[in-house]
Design a protein around this ligand. Structure first.
Ligand code: FAQ
Length: 306
């Protein structure tokens, strides 16, 4: 049996592929693309929430938000290490983010206008990430699957603190409830877009699913997120901004309206509300960190460490 056939057979048997195992170049390439974009998303994802650390309304909330944003940094570093197990060079992966060549999740190109946005990000964005990453925790590439198990545990806390924050506002004063509803209105549709284009327009899915990197499709995961989230919104009397939302007795799913794909592709092209600002912030941070990298390099050279 040739190497490729043996690899396909291992995938078919549900085996996990490890860094030293033989794998087709395209499998490696797809994983580097997807994992590096995932890592970039975690890092860029620190920006919208990070803006609110100094403005958190209580010490408790400030501590929670600090811990959450720090967790996202850890997730990014963890996944970048996973990318390196595939032989990718960290500097070139970072370069692709900084020059706008590599994508990161569309969701982080939207602004955080009020404190309620911080809660809704935890609830919707981390909620969506959990649905997607629980699937990826069973993917065929070992280091990525194991990273997802650990990351999902932390994302669960993120989601809980977000929902608790929003529930508090929803049960608060009239102004607080309005602020929560406004945040829900703005974040709902972009959160659905996080799952990627619909299955018929997703060029990478067929191969990724064949290789069991993705074990479920974009639309399947999006539907699962909708099904999970609607009862949560109902429980705290917030309205999901979709007039077509309807429970389908036959399928057991919540049917929902058409996503504005033009908006999604505009954000991907760099024309979202905050794309420019996000890339500028990452470039500034990279430049400001130059002396740290230089110090680490000199130290490693002097002490002969990797
Ligand atoms: N945004 O063929 P598909 C988080 C691109 S982590 C931007 O369907 P694929 C935690 C896609 O890359 C959030 N681009 O692609 C957190 C491809 O372009 P390319 C990130 C998108 O890979 C919470 C093209 O469109 N999670 O939130 C998006 O099969 C709070 C065609 O699409 C992950 O990255 C999008 N939403 O499926 C952090 C999970 N959707 O590369 C901080 C891992 C699609 O060919 C605060 N990734 N594109 O030029 C995945 O599961 C998959 O890559 C998908 C896309 C599902 C994102």
């Amino acid at each position: 049996m040739d190497q490729n056939a043996e690899f396909e057979a291992r995938i078919a048997r549900g085996e996990t592929i490890e860094p030293k195992d033989w794998m087709p170049e395209d499998y490696k390439k797809q994983l580097i693309r997807m994992m590096s974009q995932h890592a970039h998303s975690e890092i860029v994802g620190m920006l919208p929430e990070g803006e609110w650390i100094t403005r958190a309304p209580s010490l408790r909330r400030k501590k929670i938000l600090l811990a959450k944003v720090q967790d996202e940094a850890g997730h990014g570093l963890y996944i970048y290490s996973g990318v390196e197990t595939l032989g990718a060079d960290r500097d070139s992966v970072t370069h692709d983010l900084l020059t706008g060549k590599a994508k990161y999740s569309s969701i982080f190109n939207y602004p955080t206008l009020t404190w309620a946005d911080i809660g809704v990000i935890g609830w919707f964005v981390d909620g969506a990430a959990i649905v997607n990453q629980t699937m990826l925790a069973k993917c065929s590439y070992g280091p990525y699957a194991r990273a997802m198990v650990r990351i999902c545990k932390e994302e669960n806390f993120h989601k809980k603190q977000g929902y608790e924050l929003v529930a508090g506002l929803a049960n608060g004063t009239k102004e607080q409830k309005e602020m929560a509803q406004d945040a829900v209105n703005r974040w709902w549709w972009p959160s659905l877009m996080m799952f990627g284009p619909s299955d018929k327009d997703s060029p990478n899915s067929p191969q990724l699913m064949k290789w069991k990197v993705k074990k479920e499709s974009n639309d399947t995961l999006r539907q699962r997120f909708v099904n999970l989230t609607i009862p949560q919104a109902n429980a705290i009397n917030l309205t999901i901004p979709d007039p077509d939302l309807k429970f389908n007795q036959e399928t057991g799913n919540w049917d929902f309206g058409e996503i504005d794909w033009t908006e999604f592709y505009e954000v991907l092209k760099g024309n979202g509300p905050c794309n420019k600002e996000r890339l500028e912030a990452r470039n500034k941070a990279f430049k400001n960190g130059e002396w740290v990298r230089e110090a680490a390099r000199v130290y490693a050279e002097k002490h002969n460490v990797q």
